[in-house]
Design a protein around this ligand. Structure first.
Ligand code: PGA
Length: 249
């Protein structure tokens, strides 16, 4: 059985006081929660990891550098993230691909660094609204997946998040059929590349305007194993019903 994962991406939001949301989440969790990862901004990683100790919540970073160490002012390495107590790192989020011009090759190098540091890489892929309108979605997704995923992925070190850019932060969600089509396509590509046994164990997350109101529907798809949640992960009261919907799916 594939593990289910609810991941929260706080983006550039939250200060130390926001860690209260992490505590607030605990009494709201279902009896058998799925895997839960919260990805706060880098300065909060250490404190968040300490706060999550002994709870079902794991902590992840939102990005790491593609080199192990060196003269990269302002950057954070995968090993530093692991040292801060985190277990996961998001790589290739569309906001990084866009604002920081990260290529598939950069994302692949970051995923490799994540693995080398013992972290699970949450590798993000997703088409733009223009790609979708031009009917290029599967081409784009196929290219991003093959270019961003290093060789030797395993179910333990890799999560794939499908996040259509036009759905992120917009309140617009693809139809269930659209989500199913892309997730089934990703699973097929993983099977071709990694073989069925490994590919079947890799969780595929959907991301983009996941809310308590639409989580049930999204989690109905067989190849949707969880969600990468932005805005609705900031408040325990919003994130908890999404986690509960995943646990029941
Ligand atoms: P959103 O963000 O849930 O606020 O749309 C998702 C993401 O960017 O990971």
């Amino acid at each position: 059985m594939r593990r289910k994962l609810a991941a929260g991406n706080w983006k550039m939001n939250g200060s130390a006081s926001a860690l209260a949301e992490l505590h607030a989440l605990l009494p709201l969790l279902p009896e058998m929660p799925p895997d839960i990862v919260i990805c706060p901004p880098a300065p909060l990683l250490y404190r968040a990891s300490a706060a999550a100790q002994g709870t079902p919540i794991s902590i992840g970073a939102q990005d790491c550098h593609m080199q192990q160490s060196g003269a990269f002012t302002g950057d954070v390495s995968a090993a530093m993230i692991a040292d801060a107590g985190a277990t996961h790192v998001i790589v290739g989020h569309s906001e990084r691909r866009d604002a920081h011009e990260e290529s598939n090759g950069d994302v692949r190098a970051k995923a490799r660094q994540a693995w080398a540091a013992g972290l699970t890489a949450i590798i993000c892929i997703g088409e733009s609204g223009d790609d979708r309108e031009a009917d290029n979605t599967l081409d784009i997704i196929g290219g991003q997946l093959s270019g961003s995923l290093p060789d030797h992925a395993t179910a333990a070190n890799t999560v794939i998040a499908y996040e259509p850019i036009w759905a992120i932060g917009t309140g617009v969600v693809p139809t269930l059929d659209q989500i199913v089509e892309v997730h089934d396509f990703i699973r097929d590509r993983l099977i071709t590349r990694l073989g069925g046994e490994i590919a079947d164990g890799i969780p595929l997350l959907y991301g983009g305007s996941v809310k308590p109101e639409n989580a049930d529907t999204i989690f109905r798809a067989a190849n949707v194993d969880g969600a990468l949640v932005g805005g609705a992960s900031l408040k325990a009261a919003d994130f908890a019903p999404i986690i509960a919907a995943l646990a029941q799916s």
